[in-house]
Design a protein around this ligand. Structure first.
Ligand SMILES: Nc1ncnc2c1ncn2[C@@H]1O[C@H](COP(=O)(O)OP(=O)(O)OP(=O)(O)O)[C@@H](O)[C@H]1O
Ligand SMILES: [Mg+2]
Length: 258
């Protein structure tokens, strides 16, 4: 079954076709890579899928075969798509565990009245969310740092903290924008293991934008390659590694197909 489908998606900025007629399908529980050189349009795809930008050049986004294009970001999130950002967005002055808990209010089942009067149901919900947050931190080996200010974490750990926060939404589809940026080899290997574990544990579909080939080739089951806003290849990691269009794009060369 297809979890996330993008059909002939298009987005422009001024005269620039940042994303042009891009189509792909990520299957249930698949780890799907979206790669390409700088400026290829990968982050723009995420921004259109999550409702940050409208697809002004047309196209459709479907989650479990239902259209979600045109929805607001909070609506997309509540349908089950969570994401992390290419530029780290942790709340620097807040503690690690508070950073994870900030997305809990979106899933909380107890309303404002419960929060104001601190009803038993509210306290129960709060406890439940705290347990979930700590469990997610444990996955990323951050539980020992739960009370540390987020700004004191090394860069790689901040990226993992962002993934933990995204998972608090209980998503079906997780979009990761360059999670391995700034990580050393050891951290990237850990990340590979964690991504696979998360997919299995939470039955997630994961779409991964990444430049680190150790991560891309290490975890992705299928890879979609973009260059200058357009699709240039899709296939298995083995197929993508030997695709001449892909190799040329990464080397900055043009291919004459004539
Ligand atoms: N908000 C915006 N306004 C104007 N141009 C934009 C905007 N967002 C993206 N672009 C442009 O669209 C193109 C695609 O950008 P995008 O960020 O999607 O690329 P990317 O594949 O994520 O690149 P990178 O690997 O460097 O993150 C680039 O030329 C970029 O400058
Ligand atoms: Mg990007």
């Amino acid at each position: 079954m297809t979890a996330l489908e993008v059909r002939s998606l298009g987005r422009t900025f001024g005269g620039l076709k940042a994303v042009h007629r891009v189509s792909f399908r990520a299957q249930d529980r698949q780890i799907f890579g979206l790669i390409g050189p700088n400026g290829a349009g990968k982050t723009t795809v995420f921004n259109v899928v999550t409702g940050v930008y409208e697809p002004d050049e047309g196209g459709e986004v479907l989650l479990d075969s239902k259209r979600i294009d045109g929805l607001q970001p909070y609506q997309v999130a509540s349908r089950g798509i969570a994401r992390t950002f290419q530029n780290i967005r942790v709340f620097a002055e807040m503690s690690v565990v508070e950073n994870v808990l900030v997305s809990a209010h979106m899933t909380a089942r107890v309303g404002l009245v419960g929060a104001v009067f601190r009803t038993a149901a509210f306290r129960q919900e709060e406890k439940h969310q705290l347990e979930r947050a700590l469990r997610l931190l444990e996955i990323f080996k951050l539980d020992g740092l739960a009370l540390e200010q987020a700004k004191n974490l090394p860069y790689g750990s901040q990226r993992k903290l962002e993934i933990a926060r995204a998972l608090m939404l209980g998503p079906k589809v997780l979009l990761l924008d360059e999670p391995a940026a700034g990580m050393n080899t050891g951290e990237a290997d850990d990340l590979n293991e964690q991504i696979r574990w998360l997919r299995d544990e939470f039955e997630l579909t994961i779409v991964l934008v990444e430049h680190n080939m150790r991560v891309v080739m290490g975890v992705c089951e299928r890879i979609h390659v973009m260059d200058h806003g357009e699709t240039i290849a899709e296939g298995t990691p083995e197929e993508i590694q030997k695709d001449r269009h892909v190799i040329a794009a990464y080397l900055g060369e043009d291919i004459d197909d004539g």
